[in-house]
Design a protein around this ligand. Structure first.
Ligand code: SF4
Ligand code: SF4
Length: 80
């Protein structure tokens, strides 16, 4: 599974960047439709849940996002 940031909800606070122990996130460089520099999942292969199905062993980023902007998607699934 891979974490995906929903641009509709992310406000670019960067908490996920500082929380992730595997440095999966980086600061956004493009302005989102909401006008924020939304965080980017730049290194999804570093995630503890990479190639993992079923029970996830880390959800720090999802749980610490104040805007519930991060969700799980199957790897290989196209996301915008
Ligand atoms: S913690 Fe949530 S709102 Fe903040 S940058 Fe990350 S995804 Fe966006
Ligand atoms: S689940 Fe854990 S390792 Fe994976 S991106 Fe989120 S904080 Fe990082």
């Amino acid at each position: 599974m891979k974490p995906v940031v929903d641009l509709k909800y992310c406000k670019g606070c960067n908490i996920c960047i500082y929380m992730c122990p595997k440095k999966c996130y980086s600061k956004g460089v493009d302005i989102s439709p909401r006008g924020y520099f939304a965080a980017v999942v730049s290194e999804p292969q570093n995630c503890y849940n990479h190639k993992r199905e079923g029970k996830l062993i880390c959800e720090l980023c999802v749980l610490s996002c104040p805007d519930q902007a991060i969700s799980w998607h199957p790897e290989g699934e196209e996301t915008k």
